[in-house]
Structure formats: structure tokens, C-alpha cells
Design a protein around this ligand. Structure first.
Ligand SMILES: [Zn+2]
Length: 121
């Protein structure tokens, strides 16, 4: 029943599922956000045209900002998935040292160990 496989691959499948789920969630939220912007504010056209335009501009700006953040997060997720495929997941891209599992649990997309990351900020 119990094989040694689990020891060799510590939760990589779980991490992959987590990353893929997060990816789907982000893509879904980006899509729904764009649907809202395309439709515009519904049912509030009672003549106050100027404030309405302002609101739309603000929403668009916010949407662009959120899209950029989503894009960056997606890139991080894709990079983490690639490291899972390559077998380099959990290894710091800078010093090739192991990334602490607590850090990966808190931040599954972490590409650097805590020491290297602190030098990058
Ligand atoms: Zn490092």
C-alpha cells in the first residue's frame, strides 16, 4: 500500500493543483471584470452624464491596474509550474539552495529563498 514515492515527491501534485486552481480563478476574475466594464453601469442613467463618465474612467483604470497585477501573478504561476515540470521546484533560482517548505507553503510561486529574495527587494 504505502510506497516510497511520497517521500521523493513532497506534495508536488498538490502544489500543481493549487497553482492551476489559482490560475483558473485569476483568469475567471479577469474575464468577469471585463464583462462588467463592457456592459457599463446598468440602470443608473438618470441624466447625470458627467459623473457617469468619470465613474467609467475610474473603473477602467482600476481594471487595467488589476489586469497588470493578474498578469504578473499568472507569469509567476506559469514559472512555478515550469519549475515543477523541470524538477527544479523548491530550488532557489539564485543560489540553487533549497527554499524552505514553510515559505513554499505560504507562497507556492516563490522562486528564491528568503535570503536571496531579501536582496531583490
Ligand atoms: Zn537563494
Amino acid at each position: 500500500m504505502d510506497t516510497a514515492k511520497d517521500e521523493l515527491t513532497p506534495d508536488h501534485d498538490a502544489i500543481r493543483h493549487q497553482l492551476l486552481a489559482e490560475r483558473r480563478e485569476i483568469l475567471g476574475s479577469v474575464e468577469s471584470r471585463h464583462d462588467e466594464v463592457d456592459e457599463g453601469p446598468s440602470g443608473v442613467s438618470d441624466g447625470s452624464g458627467e459623473t457617469e463618465h468619470l465613474a467609467i474612467a475610474e473603473v477602467k483604470e482600476l481594471t487595467m491596474h488589476l489586469d497588470r497585477m493578474a498578469e504578473e501573478t499568472l507569469e509567476e504561476i506559469d514559472a512555478a509550474l515550469k519549475r515543477l515540470d523541470d524538477g527544479t521546484y523548491g530550488i532557489c533560482v539564485d543560489c540553487s539552495g533549497p527554499i524552505a517548505s514553510e515559505r513554499l507553503e505560504a507562497l507556492p510561486t516563490a522562486a528564491r529563498c528568503l535570503q536571496c529574495q531579501s536582496r531583490h527587494v
